[in-house]
Design a binder for this molecule. Structure first.
Ligand code: C2E
Ligand code: CA
Ligand code: CA
Length: 737
């Protein structure tokens, strides 16, 4: 029956409590962020270092390249110069003699062996070619008929400068450059053109590029000296232009570009990549961290809300639903039972003597005990049943009655039996029993409030019949409870309306033969019911709490009457009855002491009559009050001695001045040897402990004689006098004096 909502709240709070300081709670996050930042810094420094190194390398390469470029420029320029020498010859001898030219060219070619051939084209038609052999086909070629060549020729003429074109594929294999030099006469008349072909390979070899290629990827672009031609006309196709260092190679018209980058220096290629990877990694990491942080914060928030919700609904010690949640659960279970025509049984459990455990072993042990009880109860029930902690040492179990399963009695017996097993509380075996009250739905109540109230009543009944047992609710119990409530209010009203008064019963001192003490006993003059005995209302007042205002009245009145006795010349110790409940208030002793002092009375003129249970329960508040009273000299008497507990050892441990032997022992003291023997033992024991003895309910001379003989110190009873109203009591004593 625990709803999903409650379960989830249960789970949430089990995970741990909410601490708002999430910064401290995720050291992994912050250390890794810090770690990444430091790594980034280190990498940034490293990459800066590498960038510097790269820059240096590039600079070195640039120097190398420009050297090679100059060498290449020089090699080409040499060819150009050679042709310009021939041109000069022709300008000087426009009507040249081919044989003479042949000899000159041959001479040139000795110096410039790179030329493949040289063609001379007066009026743009090739008339002479050297060596002629193998090149005959070119003779007679008119440049104007070959557009590609004509464009270069035209440029050379227009610029009045040599023009290097190509490289072009050579018929003999390989590639070569075409150098064209215009021949312009001094009168600016275009004579013609000289052209020569230089094979590329030896040229490059000469410039040292082939050698450079071992270590570098190289490339040349700008075919025909046209820089806008970006594709490589020579070199390594693997060359990556964007990484390369570039150096220009000047041609007579236009230029080439020489590109290079190292074959083996990875850093050239990777530096950018590494940086890119680093940036990508950082971004991914930061995004992940942010997402994680966000999720954690959401989780924390949820958890905090759940913890709050849990705390509002569940008991923090046992983690069971608290009273208000249980009320909801009970209401909805009752609705369900009504719809299904089924029944419920509600068990209210009250731990017997839990207060003592708490007081004597401490609250921590008390909490552990409650936890252990919760676990034990949970183990006893079916999954659909509900276990709750209603507060203090009260638990509730709600069961759906299944006619085919264990009966309600059997279940109650099982709980009682289970509680006989001691609980292991931090290595200590603690036995605690419980009293169980049972109310049934729909039989014993139709609302959650009624059913709970009735189960609670039944718990009271279970306690009354001796604890460690269970009791079913019945209607008579309710009547009794109703009577209690009514009486409680009547007592309070009666106190207001002065319906209570005190009577005094004299107590005879055997040793002096005088009445030196009296007991104050309360009476209730009820307007309708007449005089009511304390036997009919004290017990109820103790249960409902009305005993406190009532006890307050009794003390005030007794102190006032005591002052009156003084004025009448009567020296009396007044014995006042106190209930255990009255001792349960912190520092109530101080309050009482103050009242005695304010009445102008000696502390030792007052005797408080208490019962043995006050010692047996060992509740520290009560004991502190007892000790406080004693330390100021207030006397203590154990009332109804011998009727309650048989453990008498408290007598030696607590400051008791009197014991009052109960009337039931006194009754047969003069007629029954056993009774006489028993009283003899009680008196002797008291003597040993230095405690004086008062015999109560002495009605006959025979009883008096035996008690006197046994050494009883004080006698109280009808034999001397019934309790008397104030004036009568005063008169009684005055007559006796
Ligand atoms: P108790 O303290 O044991 O008081 C003695 C009771 O025995 C008184 O009954 C008294 O009238 C009665 N008694 C005395 N001598 C004889 C006798 O020779 N024969 C018989 N048959 N009875 C005798 P009472 O006054 O009705 O009080 C009953 C109980 O009510 C008291 O028993 C006491 O426990 C309680 N009580 C009375 N007054 C107060 C009070 O002011 N405060 C508290 N807390 N309890 C009180
Ligand atoms: Ca008494
Ligand atoms: Ca008594």
């Amino acid at each position: 029956m625990i709803t999903a909502f409650h379960k989830s709240r249960l789970g949430a709070a089990r995970d741990g409590e909410y601490t708002p300081n999430w910064f401290i709670r995720w050291p992994w996050l912050w250390t890794s962020v810090l770690g990444v930042c430091m790594a980034l810094l280190a990498l940034a420094m490293l990459s800066q270092e590498r960038a510097k190194q790269l820059e240096a390398e590039r600079y070195q390469l640039l120097q190398l390249l420009s050297m090679r470029a100059s060498a290449l420029e020089g090699a080409i320029q040499t060819g150009v110069v050679a042709l310009e020498n021939i041109r000069s010859e022709l300008v000087l001898h426009p009507d040249y003699d081919p044989t003479e030219l042949d000899a000159r060219v041959a001479l040139f070619l000795e110096h410039y062996p790179h030329f493949r051939h040289i063609a001379v084209a007066p009026d743009l038609v090739i008339r002479y070619i050297y060596p002629t052999k193998g090149n005959e086909a070119a003779l007679g070629l008119d440049y104007r008929t070959v557009p590609v060549q004509y464009r270069a020729v035209e440029t050379a003429i227009n610029k009045r400068s040599a023009v290097v074109a190509g490289p072009v594929n050579l018929v003999q294999g390989g590639t070569g450059l075409v150098i064209r030099v215009p021949v312009i006469l001094p009168d600016q008349q275009v004579w013609g053109v000289i052209a020569a072909i230089i094979p590329m390979e030896p040229l490059l070899q000469q410039a040292g590029l082939a050698e450079l290629q071992r270590d570098y990827y190289l490339g040349l672009s700008g075919k025909d000296g046209d820089e806008s031609q970006t594709e490589l006309f020579w070199g390594d196709i693997e060359l990556q232009r964007d990484l390369a260092v570039t150096s220009p190679i000047k041609l007579p018209v236009g230029r080439w570009l020489l590109h290079a980058y190292p074959r083996h220096s990875e850093s050239w290629r990777d530096s950018n990549l590494q940086l890119l990877a680093l940036v990508a990694f950082t971004i991914i990491f930061l995004v992940c961290a942010a997402v994680l942080l966000f999720l954690r914060l959401i989780g924390e928030r949820e958890r905090a809300l759940h913890t709050l919700a849990f705390q509002a609904s569940f008991d923090p010690v046992t983690r069971l639903p608290n009273r208000s949640v249980f009320n909801e659960q009970l209401t909805s279970a009752m609705k369900r039972a009504q719809a299904e025509q089924s029944s419920l049984s509600l068990f209210c459990l009250d731990l017997d003597e839990f207060k003592q455990v708490n007081e004597s072993l401490g609250h921590q042990v008390g909490d552990e005990l409650l936890k252990a009880v919760a676990i034990r109860l949970n183990a006893l029930v079916q999954p659909q049943d509900i276990v709750a902690r209603l507060g203090g040492d009260e638990f509730a179990v709600l069961r759906f009655i299944d006619p085919n399963a264990e009966s309600t009695e059997q279940f109650a017996e099982r709980i009682v039996a289970e509680f006989h097993q001691p609980l292991d509380i931090s290595g200590r075996a603690i036995s605690i029993s419980c009293s169980i009250g049972i109310a049934l739905y729909p039989l014993d109540g139709l609302t959650a409030i009624d059913l709970l109230k009735h189960a609670d009543r039944a718990t009271y009944a279970a306690k009354e019949i001796g604890r460690n047992t269970y009791h079913f609710y019945d209607a008579a119990m309710q009547k009794e409870a109703d009577r209690f409530v009514l009486l409680h209010h009547e007592i309070l009203k009666g106190l207001e309306l002065n319906q209570f008064f005190l009577v005094y019963q004299p107590i005879y001192d055997v040793n002096t033969g005088k009445f030196t003490k009296c007991e104050a006993l309360v009476r209730w003059q009820h307007p309708e019911r007449g005089l009511i005995s304390p036997l009919d209302f004290i017990a109820v007042a103790e249960r409902t709490g009305a005993i406190r205002p009532l006890g307050h009245f009794v003390l005030k009145q007794a102190l006032a009457d005591s002052q009156l006795f003084r004025r009448q010349g009567l020296e009396l110790q007044i014995s006042i009855n106190r209930s255990s409940q009255e001792f349960n208030v912190h520092h109530v002793a101080q309050e009482w002491l103050l009242s005695i002092q304010q009445a102008g009375l000696e502390y030792n003129s007052i005797i408080f009559e208490i019962t043995e249970s006050l010692f047996m329960d060992r509740i520290s508040v009560q004991q502190n009050n007892i000790l406080a009273l004693h330390s100021e000299g207030v006397q203590l008497a154990i009332d109804d001695f011998g009727t309650g507990y048989s453990a008498l050892n408290y007598l030696s441990r607590y400051p008791v001045n009197f014991i009052k032997i109960d009337k039931s022992f006194v009754n047969d003291v003069d007629v029954q040897e056993r009774a006489r023997a028993l009283v003899a033992v009680l008196i002797n024991m008291a003597k040993v402990l230095d405690v004086q003895v008062v015999a109560e309910g002495v009605e006959t001379a025979g009883q008096l004689a035996v008690l006197q003989e046994l050494g009883c110190d004080f006698i109280q009873g009808y034999y001397f006098s019934k309790p008397l109203k104030l004036e009568e009591f005063v008169r009684f004593l005055q007559q006796k004096v």
